[in-house]
Design a protein around this ligand. Structure first.
Ligand code: LMR
Length: 396
């Protein structure tokens, strides 16, 4: 069984953390994985999470199984948050939400589900996209195509190319879109551009799958989430994966959700029964702790406000680092324009570094980035940014 198994390639993102961990240099910096660190270089334990955990501990509840689709109160609270109160689909009972193992787990439930029931096994992802998107859908037997998204010359979105590709997709195909803080480019569509995308998607009867791993990291929880409601109100079908890894700093809890919108309550009920089969045959039912934390925060006005403020602090710190990065790089390399860094949103910057320069950063400076040049701005802090800027200016 094992003798002919070839070595799998290193994971393009989590594999960097493996190399980083093996590096003996005490000055090493990991700008690879998308994790938010505070200004002391630590992954924060949010105060709202701490308070929720204290409340949970006081209850001393037993660790029973959750239902197949997760904690009911979690699913209700998440659905309200993701779609916004008053979304038409609620009253019509056309929206269903199930707890998932982080954003990846949610995508996987969605991929398994559509691979079983969609007439089309074709999906389009942006070029470029999060490295795991392609692998995840290919693992479910999809043919993965790309639509143009990033124009490397102008360092902006190739919107005409994107629309032209959407218009050429066969109806019934799935299109994966990043709701906000596009991973890896950090470039998001404007409101007007989203309108055009929604119009083409509904005209051509495509199935939109929105991946929202970074709600709250572009403008605000409310503003970033609005796009989901717009799709839900304008498209007959919608799939959504969302994650609380980054926004709650709950990476190791693997907590997120998969939601879908159907055309009627009856369709939604039948689809949910099949989504539950997907879950049952994969991991039976999800784990409890992360779901309890998120539910406790989302259902307490006081804790929710605390969370919103903590998230807003994270967002401001990343923005400050982004501005400093652009400013300090410009000071060292007056010959180059770094203004594009400022136009990007979220945890990442598509820095423009090529693979060779990324290798140089790693080999000569123990600074780790993704081969495509994606760097995690949220891993910069007042203590390490000087070293990062000097090293980037040197290898560019
Ligand atoms: C990332 O893009 O770095 C994160 O979403 C972490 C991951 O699982 O790849």
């Amino acid at each position: 069984l094992f003798s002919a198994i070839p070595m799998a390639p290193r994971d393009p993102i989590l594999g960097i953390t493996e190399s980083f961990n093996a590096d003996q240099n005490p000055e090493k910096i990991n700008l690879g994985v998308g994790v938010y660190y505070d200004d002391n270089g630590k992954v924060p334990l949010l105060k709202c999470v701490q308070q929720a955990e204290t409340m949970m501990l006081e209850k001393a509840a037993p660790h029973t199984y959750l239902p197949i689709d997760g904690l009911p109160a979690f699913n209700t609270a998440v659905q309200k948050m993701v779609f916004g109160e008053g979304c038409r689909g609620f009253d019509e009972k056309r929206i269903m939400t199930v707890q998932a193992l982080g954003g990846t787990g949610a995508l996987r439930i969605g991929a398994d589900f559509i691979s079983r029931f969609s007439a089309s096994s074709h999906i389009w992802i942006s070029n470029p996209s999060w490295e795991n998107h392609r692998a995840l859908f290919e693992a479910d037997g999809f043919t993965v195509h790309t639509y143009p998204y990033y124009d490397g010359e102008t360092r902006s979105i190739n919107f005409n190319g994107m629309i032209a590709e959407l218009k050429s997709m066969p109806s019934g195909s799935t299109v994966l879109l990043h709701a906000c803080c596009h991973n890896p480019t950090g470039l998001d569509l404007s409101d007007g551009q989203w309108d055009e995308v929604i119009a083409v998607i509904s005209e051509r009867s495509l199935i939109p799958f929105l991946d929202m791993a970074y709600q709250g990291f572009a403008q605000s929880l409310e503003a970033d989430g609005r796009i989901i409601r717009r799709f839900a109100d304008n498209c007959p079908y919608l799939l959504v994966s969302n994650s609380y890894s980054k926004s709650f700093s709950l990476y190791g809890e693997r907590i997120g959700a998969f939601s879908f919108v159907a055309r009627s309550a009856d369709e939604a009920t039948r689809a949910l029964s099949q989504v539950k089969r997907v879950i049952r045959t994969n991991y039976s039912n999800p784990s409890r702790h992360g779901a309890e934390i998120v539910t406790t925060v989302l259902s307490s006005p006081e804790l929710y406000t605390m969370w919103d403020n903590e998230l807003s602090d994270m967002r401001s710190r990343i923005r400050q680092m982004r501005e400093k990065l652009a400013q300090d790089l410009s000071a060292l390399r007056e010959d180059l324009d770094f203004s594009y860094i400022i136009t990007q949103n979220g945890l990442f910057s598509y820095s423009g570094l090529n693979k060779k320069q990324v290798e140089q950063l790693r080999d000569e400076h123990s600074i780790y980035a993704v081969d495509t040049g994606r760097i995690c701005v949220a891993a910069l802090n007042s203590g390490n940014i000087g070293r990062v800027v000097k090293a980037i200016a040197q290898v560019l």
